[in-house]
Design a protein. Structure first.
Lengths: 431, 437
């Protein structure tokens, strides 16, 4: 079983050389792990209590409930962001950027990304910022450096907000961290993690950026149809819906995916009412049904597969063994999390955090324990060191065609600087 | 609070049924309804739940929500996986294995051929996908709008009838099968005859009222537009693998005892890798539309979200106790399982059949009707085929309406009567066959 998992994992990490989509490897790994678990249950479990179908299926159902709540949250949040994007809602932000001086622009873009990714998810923030960067910068080398900073800023910004990042969402949904606590404890380390690379890169960047020639391009995807009032309304409702989720959870105690579903439902009704007056020909691309087609379903299936596989390892007991190994070998929570973060640059951070969640029971580290906050920081920001280390990086690579090796040469040192700096800051502040 | 929840549900339901006049997507309404029901359940938990359950507080309610979500997610991921496989086969033109064999132009012959193909195809695939594939095909075979719509109507009736007797043929049957209320061998044996009757009665009706030959559309050339890229060997391979992945699911379940969505994920994973390997040498832009990533974009996510919302809402009603009360009422008023199921089937023509079956599953505990009880089989039949009576009564109908632009009233005048004939004929056939059992 462990062998299947490792092979699946390798196939995922080597997605690009192998040219096999990681979602395919992930769902296959997930299904095979559970098949082996089911067929080999007599050799894996020795007590009668575990070794029957019913018990295992019950575990699977429980895992699926958890997985479903994460995936439906992501789907809902991604839809809301895409909906705001097609209504050009983000122009509220992009129209305010008029500077052409490189250093200034870099600081502005990074800080906007940092706070935007705290409210939205990293992947979406990166997609929006990359779309924006392409309209602001012509030169390829400059564009890639900016995109690299967007990745770092998005990951750093996602770490300290409960809804900013997939891994933080996972910790938050499961109750390992709470809203206020994670913000208070992680905002300074995250800022350090952003500022160190920003200073490093800012030093080497001089001169002005050249904008692409066709400025008309700015409103090209049909934005001409949307009035400023409608755009503002959708932007306000969309951001409101996303920011409302933590509040919704505090009031009703219902899990976050319910809050996002409510927000999406309301936004859906509002946009349909807005567009009712216009024909389908003019406004077809603005409808939620059209927007849903732009959602990144392979990512959803990838998460499904990988989470199902990790669930299988957890039930079979691999994770408990690994936890004991890591505990014995490293001992200190700072070292353990440092190692997890560094690992998350090589492999995806979602299964690592899922593994850590399965490894350490809540009875060992209670909610809001330093361990969980450090885990959120490390898993969130460690992935910036390699371009395939985070969802934001992979998205940016897809949009901008950034080279793996280029990123390694140019961005890895500043990103590592920020990562270690962030951990040090956290240690200085809270140990 | 009990009343408020019921009222919210009915209001939400009305908005869903009146989706087209209101012009508000039913998925949006369903999502909002689902969340509102649970908010009210959360706020009114002390009043709604027994003292023992309320003692757990928020935790207890959240835990039951997560439990329901596990069930809901297993249905939705199965649907998503199955829909992706079918779309993938479709993108590779795999279905031409079927369509190339159809050459007749006599209306009655063609209708029999198409209906019977649809009947068996929808038993293997889901109704909506079957209807979509058949409609795409019909548009290439028939020119006249009135003929086209009549054929499409028969496709809806055949797809719903074919979906009822196969464990993987229909959303509601899948629900019953995943829930363990029906088993593979049993449902096929008990329902194939009633389902066939439900198909044959409308077919015979049209045999006597429908004459002449059809005219094919002029541009036969467009049939080949854009898919020269797929070789026959590859097409057949994808078709065979896709069909095998879908048909392998019941076998996989019997062998490993894992839920069906695991089998679908396994099949999808294999098919995904095979197609990526197949297209590896081709240039990106050339084969872009054939990759799974592109195919995933064609999946009907609004339907997935609609099911998510409506199933969440129904699970809320179940927790709050509405469904148990409704069960008692229906039981007390009607008594016979035939009467109860007939009413459910007729209701499913007016409203969606997924929540009705979900409600029935929540209403009648397995202790009352054990697995493979005639009640569950009749429910699968009624909920599956009753929806053919109105065009918005089934997923297949809604899909067809979208693709061919069929009018609600036209369908009511032309198709409602034959569909109802088949529906009642099937129930009578079931009664004759199994009422002694």
């Amino acid at each position: 079983m462990a062998v299947v998992f490792v092979i699946g994992y390798l196939a995922i990490a080597l997605e690009h050389p192998l040219r096999i989509n990681k979602a395919a490897s992930a769902i296959l790994t997930g299904a095979i792990v559970w098949t082996i678990l089911m067929l080999g249950k007599d050799t894996i479990f020795h007590d009668a209590e575990h070794a029957d179908h019913e018990g295992l299926l019950h575990h699977l159902l429980e895992h699926l409930g958890d997985i479903g709540s994460i995936l439906f949250f992501l789907m809902g949040a991604m839809t809301i962001v895409e909906l705001v994007d097609v209504h050009e809602g983000f122009r509220v932000i992009t129209d305010r950027i008029s500077s052409t001086k490189r250093t200034t622009l870099l600081w502005i873009v990074s800080i906007i990304t940092f706070f935007l990714s705290a409210a939205l998810d990293n992947l979406t923030t990166t997609i929006v910022m990359c779309a924006l960067l392409r309209k602001l910068i012509k030169d390829k080398e400059t564009l890639w450096v900016f995109a690299g900073m967007v990745i770092i800023a998005a990951n750093a910004g996602g770490a300290w907000s409960p809804i900013g990042d997939v891994t933080t969402i996972m910790l938050w949904v499961k109750g390992q961290v709470t809203t206020v606590n994670i913000i208070v404890k992680l905002i300074v380390p995250s800022l350090v993690c952003l500022l160190l690379p920003l200073l490093w890169i800012g030093r080497t960047m001089k001169g002005n950026v050249e904008r692409p020639d066709s400025v008309i391009d700015h409103g090209h995807h049909g934005g001409g149809n949307v009035t400023p009032g409608e755009r503002m309304l959708v932007f306000a409702l969309g951001v409101g819906a996303l920011l409302f989720v933590p509040i919704f959870k505090a009031i009703t105690h219902l899990p976050p995916f319910m809050g996002v579903m409510l927000g999406l439902g309301v936004l859906w009704v509002v946009t349909e009412v807005i567009h009712m007056r216009h024909g389908l020909d003019q406004r077809g691309h603005l409808m939620v049904t059209a927007v849903l087609r732009r959602i990144d379903m392979p990512s959803v299936l990838f998460f499904l597969g990988i989470l199902v596989a990790v669930g299988g390892l957890q039930v079979a007991g691999h994770l408990t063994l690994l936890a004991q190994g890591l505990d014995r070998a490293l001992g200190d929570i700072f070292l353990i999390n440092g190692a997890i973060g560094a690992l998350s640059a090589i492999v995806d951070n979602v299964p690592l955090v899922a593994a850590a969640q399965g490894m350490y029971p809540m009875s060992q580290f209670p909610p809001d324990h330093l361990f969980w906050e450090l885990l959120a920081l490390c898993a969130g920001t460690g992935g910036s060191m390699l371009i395939i280390g985070s969802a934001a990086g992979v998205a940016a690579m897809g949009i901008m065609h950034i080279d793996f090796i280029w990123y390694l040469k140019r961005m890895t040192i500043p990103a590592a600087l920020g990562y270690v700096g962030g951990i040090l800051t956290f240690w200085l502040m809270w140990h | 609070m009990y009343l408020a929840i019921g009222l919210t549900f009915v209001l939400g339901y009305l908005c869903i049924a009146l989706e087209h006049p209101l012009r508000i997507n039913k998925a949006a309404t369903a999502l909002v309804t689902g969340v509102l029901v649970w908010i009210m359940l959360m706020l009114g938990q002390h009043e709604l739940l027994g003292a023992a359950e309320a003692a757990h507080g928020h935790e207890g309610v959240v835990e039951s929500l997560m439990h329901h979500l596990g069930d809901i997610a297993s249905i939705l991921f199965f649907l998503m996986g199955a829909m992706t496989i079918v779309e993938l086969v479709d993108a590779h033109e795999g279905f031409r294995v079927i369509t190339d064999r159809i050459t007749g132009t006599n209306k009655v012959t063609l209708m029999w051929v198409l209906s019977i193909i649809t009947f068996f195809l929808s038993a293997a695939l889901d109704n909506m996908t079957t209807a979509i594939v058949m409609c795409a095909l019909l548009r290439k075979l028939i020119k006249d709008k009135n003929d086209l719509w009549t054929f499409a109507g028969m496709v809806i009736v055949a797809a719903n009838a074919g979906g009822a007797w196969s464990p993987i043929g229909d959303v509601t049957t899948i629900m019953l099968w995943i829930g363990g209320q029906v088993t593979t061998g049993n449902i096929i044996a008990k329902l194939i005859v009633p389902s066939l009757v439900c198909l044959l009665l409308p077919l015979v009706w049209f045999t006597f009222t429908f004459k002449g030959t059809i005219q094919r559309p002029d541009a036969a050339a467009e049939e080949n537009a854009g898919h020269k890229a797929v070789s026959t060997g590859k097409r057949n391979l994808v078709f065979a693998l896709g069909l095998f992945a879908l048909l392998g699911v019941p076998l996989f379940k019997t062998w490993t005892h894992l839920p069906p969505y695991m089998g679908i994920l396994l099949g999808l994973g294999i098919l995904w890798i095979v197609t990526e390997l197949m297209h590896m040498n081709a240039i990106e832009t050339d084969k872009g539309h054939l990759s799974v990533t592109a195919v995933l974009r064609r999946i009907d996510v609004p339907s997935v979200l609609f099911f998510l919302g409506i199933l969440t809402a129904v699970s809320g009603l179940q927790e709050a106790g509405h469904l148990t009360d409704a069960a008692h009422l229906l039981d007390a008023k009607l008594g016979s399982i035939y009467a109860v199921n007939t009413v459910i089937g007729l209701l499913s023509a007016v409203v969606d059949n997924v929540p009705l079956v979900a409600a029935a599953m929540g209403m009648y505990p397995m202790e009352q009707f054990h697995a493979d009880h005639p009640f569950w089989e009749l429910l699968a039949y009624c909920a599956g085929t009753g929806g053919s009576i109105l065009i918005i009564g089934s997923a297949a109908g809604v899909a067809t309406m979208g693709i061919l632009g069929i009018d609600f009233l036209w369908y009511l005048r032309r198709m409602a009567f034959p569909a109802a004939l088949g529906y009642f004929g099937g129930i009578i056939a079931f009664w004759l066959l199994w009422h002694g059992a």
